[in-house]
Design a protein around this ligand. Structure first.
Ligand code: SF4
Ligand code: F3S
Length: 111
């Protein structure tokens, strides 16, 4: 199994999660992060760190789409291990439904 980043990360991108991962397996897109499913050691440390509750174990039902997205984009987006300032309007997007349509496939800057 692995942990996956899900919809509520989009446009919130708080980045608290990257600081705690012991294997540095977060990858940065323009407006969300993903976890590399083959690198994640399932420690679960990042899950409670996300203020947006956007990190879930893939054992939760209905996350197939997100697991696929994490697997696909972690191959090409840059690695991120250091928290930066998130988007200035990040908090306004926290909990907004239907954010998948705002997903940006462009890579972020990474560390
Ligand atoms: Fe990293 Fe552990 Fe979170 Fe996996 S579960 S992404 S290894 S902190
Ligand atoms: Fe996203 Fe939560 Fe990390 S909003 S960037 S998964 S702390």
């Amino acid at each position: 199994m692995t942990y996956v980043v899900v919809e509520n990360c989009i446009k919130c991108k708080y980045m608290d999660c990257v600081e705690v991962c012991p294997v540095d397996c977060f990858y940065e897109g323009a407006n969300m992060l993903v976890i590399h499913p083959d690198e994640c050691i399932d420690c679960g440390v990042c899950e409670p760190e996300c203020p947006a509750e956007a990190i879930k174990p893939d054992t939760e039902p209905g996350l197939e789409k997100w697991l696929e997205l994490n697997a696909e984009y972690s191959k090409s987006w840059p690695n991120i291990t250091v928290k930066r300032e998130g988007p200035p309007d990040g908090k306004e997007w926290d909990g907004v439904a239907g954010k998948l349509k705002y997903f940006d496939p462009e890579p972020g800057t990474g560390d």
